[in-house]
Design a protein around this ligand. Structure first.
Ligand code: FAD
Length: 536
């Protein structure tokens, strides 16, 4: 097959125009063209009233080799790369000990799935509940303020991304096309086919719930085992080699190969690892607030007369500003047509995040507006000092919100002027259970307030209306990425604990659903190869 990149057509083009563009690019007649499929479709909206669609197309033709030769000087015409996933190993017949995976978020799911597909029958443990039960607990907390610390937005089947916008794009280097396997497996589990070709695929919360169930069923069918309500409280380490673990109910499991994919909120687990001497470092992350605007206003500014076009969907944005005080402020995890959610996993703390449904048709656009911080900003030199800072901020937000899990909120205009808010404007905050209007200017360290107060007007120069007086801020946003990094070597094993495979976002090796899932595939491969080497 031939891959043609950079095919540009107007937003309202028809199917015949696409075919004509292929014929023109390849300089062939209709007869030579056998078939074509869209590999990727994105758009360029820099000129909002003249939006262009950008295609990458895979084309089947007669005389492919001759045509490739003819166009060898054209960078946009190349042979289609083989993106099929190839398993690196197969489980030995005499496999005595099963590999264990801790955590069933996107990373753990893919460690488990790929190990199961290769025949290793993994045991997968998650501290939370299966996804339907977890959904009840999570939505229950948003409705009636009763938090289950083991079953919430962060913990339980599907991991942190289950109640999310389900954005499925990543900027990581993926030379081996593992992302393609992830997307295909998602489609097999019920995700919409379009995630395979749109440039910024997303799934939304309810579809994710069903997909997670199907992936669980597949792993079990392949001989894997998944245990919920199974929190890992201790690791057994002998002479620098992992030998097993203990669960919260006292049960022990032996294994010399354990993947640790616990996500960024497993603070008790990080503390346990530190106490056991597993090598951990403090890591940079970001803190700030959620900002909400009316989605229709964002659509209008970014898409002009094309706002509402179904191909474009609800508009998103990505902003960054480098401040005079040396800090960078950026938008993060933008959720078009979504809601702000209560994302704490600990009692008496408030944390914001964002989610949406597949349709992205809620009234507000939200994103985190965060400031990058690093270990120099933390309260101590401990590798766990980032967690300490997160806890301080989340507790302060709880108090400022009225100590009932409402989020403290402030209108953007008031935040910029440094005065407390007392009345909502045109943007109604979506955070549940509720928002208490207050003054957010003192909750973050001063350098963050300064940076955000400088950045919002700067963002307004890029998106008119961004600094709208009535836009809403709620907070705090502290779980942007892991506050620790659990270092691993080239063999994907902890640098000082053999057989322990730190994985995914919690270990500092991913920052989203796709990158966590891709890391999961890498970890599964490393575990399989190490097991086979031992069994030789
Ligand atoms: P997690 O998904 O955090 O999974 C870790 C799992 O480990 C959990 O299920 C937890 O219960 C379990 N666990 C923890 N400790 C233990 C223990 N001791 N024993 C047993 N089990 C344990 N990313 C995107 O790419 N797109 C988005 O749109 C997006 N939206 C988000 C919205 C929200 C509300 C949140 C919270 C996150 C969002 N993210 C999004 C981030 C994304 O969810 C994470 O990057 C991703 O889930 C990380 O995957 P992971 O498998 O490494 O960890």
């Amino acid at each position: 097959m031939i891959r043609i990149t950079n095919v540009k057509l107007p937003l309202d083009h028809n199917e015949a125009q696409l075919e004509q563009e292929i014929l023109t690019t390849l300089a062939i007649g209709k007869k030579q063209l056998i078939d074509f499929t869209v590999f990727r479709r994105g758009f360029d909206a820099r000129s909002k009233n003249k939006i262009t669609l950008l295609y990458t197309i895979d084309v089947t033709v007669d005389n492919e080799a001759a045509l490739l030769e003819k166009h060898s000087n054209n960078q946009n015409v190349r042979v289609t790369p083989d993106m099929t996933y190839k398993y690196v190993a197969k489980a030995p017949e005499n496999l005595t000990e099963r590999p264990v995976v801790v955590g069933f978020g996107p990373c753990g799911i893919f460690v488990g799935l790929v190990l199961a597909e290769m025949g290793y029958k993994p045991i997968i443990l998650d501290r939370g509940k299966e996804v339907r039960e977890r959904t009840k607990d999570t939505f229950g907390f948003w409705r009636n303020r009763t938090l289950n610390t083991e079953s919430n937005v962060q913990f339980g089947e599907g991991g942190a991304g289950t109640f999310s916008d389900g954005k499925l794009y990543t900027q990581i280097n993926d030379k081996k096309h593992y992302g393609r396997k992830v997307l295909r497996d998602f489609v097999d589990a019920g995700a919409p086919e379009e995630i395979l070709y749109v440039s910024k695929p997303h799934i939304g919360t309810f579809k994710l719930v069903g997909m997670v169930e199907k992936m669980r069923a597949k792993i079990i069918e392949l001989g894997g085992e998944i245990r919920f309500n199974s929190r890992v409280d201790d690791l057994h380490i002998e002479d620098g080699q992992i030998t097993g673990l203990t669960l919260s109910d006292g049960q022990q499991i032996k294994s010399k190969h354990i993947a640790l994919a616990t996500g960024h909120s497993a603070r008790d687990t990080f503390e346990m690892l530190y106490k056991k001497g597993v090598y951990i470092e403090a890591k940079a992350f970001s803190i700030g607030f959620r900002i909400e605007h009316n989605q229709s206003a964002i659509d209008e500014v970014l898409f002009g007369k094309n706002a509402g076009n179904p191909i474009l969907g609800a508009a998103d944005y990505k902003l960054v500003h480098h401040c005079k005080n040396g800090r960078a402020v950026y938008s993060f995890c933008m959720c078009p047509g979504g809601t702000v959610v209560a994302a704490t996993s600990e009692e008496n703390r408030v944390v914001t995040n964002g989610m949406s449904q597949y349709s992205r048709n809620e009234r507000n656009a939200n994103s985190a507006i965060v400031v990058g911080i690093d270990p120099n900003d933390y309260p101590s030199d401990s590798p766990l000092a980032g967690i300490e800072l997160q806890r301080e901020l989340e507790s302060a937000a709880y108090v400022l919100g009225g100590e009932n899990y409402d989020a403290p909120g402030q209108l953007v205009g008031d935040y910029l002027e440094g005065k407390s808010s007392s009345k909502l404007g045109k943007v109604e905050p979506s955070y549940k259970p509720g928002v208490k209007l207050t003054d957010l200017t003192k909750i973050l360290p001063d350098y963050c307030r300064e940076a955000i107060q400088e950045a919002i007007p700067a963002f307004n120069r890029k998106i008119r209306g961004f600094a709208l007086k009535d836009a809403m801020l709620t907070g705090v946003e502290t779980r942007t990425s892991s506050p620790v990094s659990i270092k691993r070597g080239d063999d994907y094993q902890s640098v000082n604990t053999k057989g322990l495979y730190p994985a995914g976002e919690g270990a500092g090796y991913a920052g989203g659903i796709m990158s966590a899932a891709i890391d999961g595939i890498r970890i599964a491969e490393a575990m399989a190869l190490a097991i086979n080497e031992e069994n030789q």
